[in-house]
Design a protein around this ligand. Structure first.
Ligand code: NOJ
Length: 661
């Protein structure tokens, strides 16, 4: 029994306490009005450890009940408001940027990147050793050129076994270790998918040429004989007839590339199934994306008619080059996009987990048939690649002028389907190095261009230090060797490419003693240091990642554009001189720009922090300026035809929020 100073209460049975009993047996808890009528209840005060009945008695009193109800409804209202706010924020938020949008793609040409075992050839373990390089550059996406088992007639693009690693490059275990370590460092690995052809050493080709019933139509075969040595006039990309006679089968097979690379027949459902299985195999391994090669050549017209000659007067027997024909029947055939859509759909199934999106980029040189290129984006309903490689800037060296660069950039921006994501490159293993073809003077401005345009830049290994072609070498494929020389890591033996032997599969560029990663890491004004700062700027500033891109000015020297985001007062003006002479640019006719502009970063560091009047912006040939300015006046609303954005986003500075607008 516990005593209080007012009433006796039996804790074991509250009903025994007369204070809780009504005259007619009902409890005060059941009748709160009773308290008013019976002063005895009013005397019971709340106390610690009171039994349920006392608690109920008090909780029904207005002075407890009313605040409780107010609090309850307040909580309901707050919860509803919070849910509404969350739903609104989610609905208004722009889509999260994907990994392949945030980081540049870095292309590793495997044979030439880093040799771990001293055999003179770059390998998978070599890449693993150099992962810090990507981290140093703040690069997250790495495309590694083919490592599949191959006789290497076309640097690994002639695959003998799509599921095996060539011993020259390592083992499957090396691959798995590399991938695991890349993932643990937050890096993504993109690999080549080479669906158009196999090596002539592939098991399928051997079975096909011997007429195995299952494999006989895996490739494109046609009759040919002494009187008609080729089925038609089609030519290979590498020159001469695209047909080769096979004396085992007694027929000709098609090869759009080397004769050692027979074209697969994608009209055969078994071939389609084989390629899907290969895609699954590498996705299961965990690769983050595919660079799908030669996609425009996946199908050929089944009728095998001659292609029209570019010069109809040319003697048909002298037609030998890919430039001699209009490729009406060997490229961009009906059905091709269905193949890509199917592959994309397979990849989507592996893209569901957060952060595990599998990326697809397609390679198709459609030259200036820009509409054909853009089709590889798919449609808003049916996806294909995330982007087709944009090869237009490869033409930059043809005419170094601001107007020309603007033209090339506009080719993509004006033709890209709405809402899609652009991309830029100036080199790869098939193209001369830009630092040589455009000239070393322009390498910094070119890197600056790539890293400040909207979309994803691709960097071919060595571009970050301004590597040049190594001409005059006499290697296995003379025309492409210059751009494939070993990566220049340091001024040590073999440029740090390997340190165990005197051999490298291609000769080193002799300039490696001055142009190398180590030396440039120590020099704040180097091409490398500038690349790194620009990449950091690009990834940390919303206008570069998400903002509007607007053409502001172009002339014989200068190409100028700006990047701005609605709601954000910070914007960037880019002034790049691609001409041969110094220039002074007058932007006084652009009222949206403040009169005084401060150079945030120049490719010539001595011009950093200079304050310039917008009517006189001086640049040297090959100089680029990043100018940050503050404004509340936007350029894009007044110049809609000069501006592009993939997905509109606005910034609310009061709450530091980005929303769709
Ligand atoms: C595309 C590759 O980039 C190129 O190097 C190769 O020669 C062709 N595919 C043919 O395999």
């Amino acid at each position: 029994m516990l005593q209080t100073n007012t009433v006796n209460i039996n804790l074991g049975d509250g009903s025994l306490n007369p204070g809780f009993r009504d005259v007619d047996g009902g409890s005060a808890a059941e009748d709160p009005g009773k308290e008013k009528r019976d002063p005895e209840y009013a005397q019971i005060k709340p106390y610690a450890g009171m039994p349920k009945e006392v608690l109920l008695l008090h909780s029904c009193k207005a002075r407890y009940r009313v605040p409780r109800e107010i609090l309850f409804w307040l909580m309901v209202a707050c919860t509803l408001a919070l849910v509404a706010l969350t739903v609104t924020v989610i609905a208004l938020s722009p889509r999260c940027m994907n990994w392949w949008q945030v980081s540049p793609v870095y292309q590793v040409y495997l044979r030439s990147f880093k040799d771990s075992d001293g055999d003179g050839v770059g390998d998978l373990k070599g890449i693993q050793k150099q992962l810090e390089h990507f981290q140093y550059l703040n690069i997250k996406s790495v495309w590694v050129s083919p490592f599949y088992r191959s006789p290497l007639r076309d640097s690994g693009y002639d695959v003998e076994d799509f599921r095996a690693i060539d011993p020259l490059f390592g083992t499957m275990q090396d691959f798995e270790k590399l991938l695991a370590e890349m993932h643990s460092k937050g890096l993504k690995l993109i690999v080549d998918l080479i669906p158009n052809h196999t090596s002539d050493r592939h098991r399928w080709f051997n079975l096909s040429r011997t007429g195995d019933p299952h494999y006989k139509d895996y490739y494109v075969w046609s009759d040919c004989n002494g009187s008609a040595p080729r089925p038609n006039n089609w030519v290979s990309v590498f020159g001469n007839s695209a047909w080769t006679y096979d004396d085992v089968r007694g027929q000709c097979y098609l090869h759009q590339f080397l004769k050692e690379q027979p074209d697969l027949n994608f009209r055969n459902p078994h071939v389609r199934k084989e390629m899907t299985d290969i895609i699954h195999f590498w996705l299961e391994k965990g690769v983050d994306g595919f660079r799908v090669g030669a996609v425009n050549r996946l199908l050929e017209a089944a009728h095998l008619r001659d292609e029209p000659q570019v010069d109809p007067k040319k003697a048909p027997e002298s037609v030998a080059s890919v430039w001699d024909l209009h490729h009406d029947y060997t490229t961009s055939q009906l059905g091709l996009h269905d193949l890509l859509r199917d592959w994309r759909a397979e990849m989507q199934a592996y893209s569901r987990e957060p952060g595990r999106y599998r990326f697809m980029v397609t390679e198709s040189y459609d030259y200036h048939e820009v509409d054909k290129t853009m089709m590889y984006y798919g449609t808003s309903l049916v996806k294909e690649s995330d982007f087709p490689f944009n090869f237009y800037l490869l033409d930059l060296p043809q005419n170094t002028s601001g107007l020309w660069v603007k033209h090339l950039v506009q080719l993509w921006m004006a033709n890209m389907p709405k809402g899609q994501w652009p991309n830029w490159l100036v080199g790869n293993h098939d193209q001369p190095r830009i630092a040589s073809s455009a000239g070393h003077t322009y390498i910094r401005a070119i890197n600056m261009l790539l890293l400040t345009l909207p979309g994803t830049p691709t960097t071919y290994y060595g571009e970050e230090i301004g590597m040049e072609n190594n001409n005059g070498t006499d290697g296995p494929s003379a025309s492409q060797d210059p751009q494939r020389s070993p990566m220049q890591w340091s001024s040590d033996m073999n440029a740090g490419f390997n340190n165990k032997t005197n051999t490298t599969w291609l000769p080193l560029h002799p300039d490696y003693r001055s142009i190398n990663v180590k030396a440039q890491m120590e020099d704040e004004g180097s091409v490398l240091a500038q690349y790194r700062s620009l990449n950091t700027l690009r990834q940390s500033e919303l206008p570069f990642l998400r903002g509007w891109f607007c053409f502001v000015h172009a002339d014989a020297s200068v190409f100028s554009y700006l990047r701005e985001l609605d709601g954000l007062s910070r914007a960037f003006l880019m002034v790049l001189n691609f001409g041969g002479e110094p220039a002074v640019t007058d932007l006084s006719s652009v009222p949206e720009l403040p009169d005084l502009l401060t150079v945030q970063m120049s490719t010539n560091r001595s011009n950093d922090d200079k304050v310039l009047h917008k009517s006189r912006i001086p640049t040297e040939a090959g100089e680029g300026l990043v100018i940050q300015y503050t404004t509340n006046t936007r350029f894009h609303p007044n110049h809609p035809e000069q501006c592009y954005v993939s997905e509109k986003a606005c910034y609310l500075s009061a709450v530091d929020l980005l929303y769709q607008c």
